[in-house]
Design a protein around this ligand. Structure first.
Ligand code: GLY
Length: 306
């Protein structure tokens, strides 16, 4: 008889200074995203479906900095980044600075599965999405009043692209998910609107394989959140995978090691979630708070932490 692997799913809605009044919406968003992925895994579905649906749920939720409701760049526009990686096939797909798709994670998935390319940007990514009949929209459909107000207030207060400071003062952050399915396949995915008031064309860690997202069936999967420029410098997601391999598969120790590396080498703040090939979950962060939720086949009920 073929051996069934343990199941695991962990999601995050970003690591940042979550104010008390946003805790409940973050919790609700985490639970909804977790449920949408878990029901797929429980029925024997694939990790790639579970990750796509969990991330889509958070992209569709205005609470988070991904999809509709994301931060605006300095030009008052939306530019979305996302990536996904399959640890079995070792294939990956990503989009950056895309402005007219509803769910960037779905475009990343189709790139992973149907293209020899890994990363498509801007109009090329939108063209690919249109050709593959993915859900398109106008950029205005992704912009909400709250973000227009924030953008207006920043035009006098801050010059574009002031990286670390933008990160500390923002409302929400990147979302991500990592899943292990019944076949033992690990998939990680991440999606973001980037940092508020970013310079037009600025791309962070999220769509870069190894920085925001990584999966390798022999070790585990990781999704990162936080200050993108720092995360890129330490290739955070792959660094956590390497730490997990060194520690014999402990995702909690590996996540802590990655966050310490981000601080030590780049002076950066952020968070990571991880799943090991054995189905253990881990998470760590250096910001005041991080929204995350997880469930495994060993647990009686999910855990949500904000
Ligand atoms: N971590 C998301 C970004 O910096 O764009």
């Amino acid at each position: 008889m073929k051996q069934r692997h343990p199941l695991a799913l962990i999601v995050h809605g970003g690591a940042w200074d979550i104010p008390e009044e946003c805790v409940e919406t973050n919790r609700a968003g985490m639970l909804k995203a977790l449920a949408s992925g878990w029901q797929i895994l429980e029925k024997g579905g694939t990790a790639v479906d579970a990750v796509e649906h969990a991330v889509m749920s958070m992209e569709d939720d205005e609470t988070f900095d991904a999809g509709r409701g994301s931060f605006l760049n300095a030009a008052g526009e939306i530019e979305l980044d996302a990536s996904i990686m399959n640890g079995k096939t070792f294939r990956a797909g990503a989009v950056a600075a895309v402005q007219t798709v509803v769910n960037p994670i779905s475009v990343a998935r189709v790139i992973m599965e149907k293209s020899d390319d890994i990363l498509l940007v801007g109009m090329g990514a939108a063209r690919f999405a249109r050709e593959h009949k993915l859900k398109m929209c106008g950029m205005d459909d992704l912009i909400i009043e709250r973000e227009i107000t924030r953008w207006r207030s920043r035009q006098t207060a801050q010059k574009p692209g002031s990286g670390k400071d933008s990160f500390r003062r923002k409302r929400g952050d990147t979302v991500g998910a990592v899943a292990l399915d019944v076949a033992g396949t690990i998939v990680a995915g991440t999606s973001t609107g980037g940092i508020p008031n970013k310079y037009p064309g600025r791309v962070g860690d999220t769509p870069l394989i190894g920085c925001g997202t990584y999966a390798d069936n022999e070790v585990g999967g990781v999704s990162a959140t936080g200050w993108g420029e720092g995360i890129m410098k330490v290739v955070l997601a792959k660094s956590v995978i390497d730490a997990m391999a060194r520690s014999g598969g402990d995702p909690t120790e590996a996540a802590k090691e990655g966050i310490a590396l981000l601080k030590k080498k780049a002076g950066g703040l952020g968070g990571v979630i991880a799943v090991s090939r054995e189905g253990k979950v881990g998470h760590a962060y250096s910001t005041p708070r991080m929204a995350r939720a997880f469930v495994t086949s060993e647990m009686k009920s999910p855990i949500v932490l904000v």
